[in-house]
Design a protein. Sequence first.
Length: 141
Amino acid sequence: MSPIRGGYDLARFILARYSGKVVEVGVGRAPDVALLLGPYLEVVPTDKEGRNLGGLAVVADDIFTPNLALYRGATLLYSIRPPLEMQLAVGRLARKIGADVIIRPLAEEVAQIPGFRRTLVNEGEARFYLFTTSSSLSSSL
């Protein structure tokens, strides 16, 4: 596992703006951000297969048919390098539960998520998109 470039800066951004429960969707093989957040927030890392990853218990879930109980109460859903169709699924779920979304794309493929405002954020070495509704934290940027 090599560290994600800007992972520390992404975690710092999340810690400065969110509290309580956050969910990483599609953690894959890179638990860097979840591990940084873990001591301070309730972090639920999910992926298609449950497993232990770097001392982190990854919960099995499919974002295309999500178990809503895993996500209820989360203030943020975030995903690192998700494909476009997964970004849209994260957005649909976030809208259902009233959470913000952070997408750190692999390249320039970034969704327009209905009901959300998309903002490019440059935080240290991290570049990602924050999706917020008009009633969420976007005014604090």
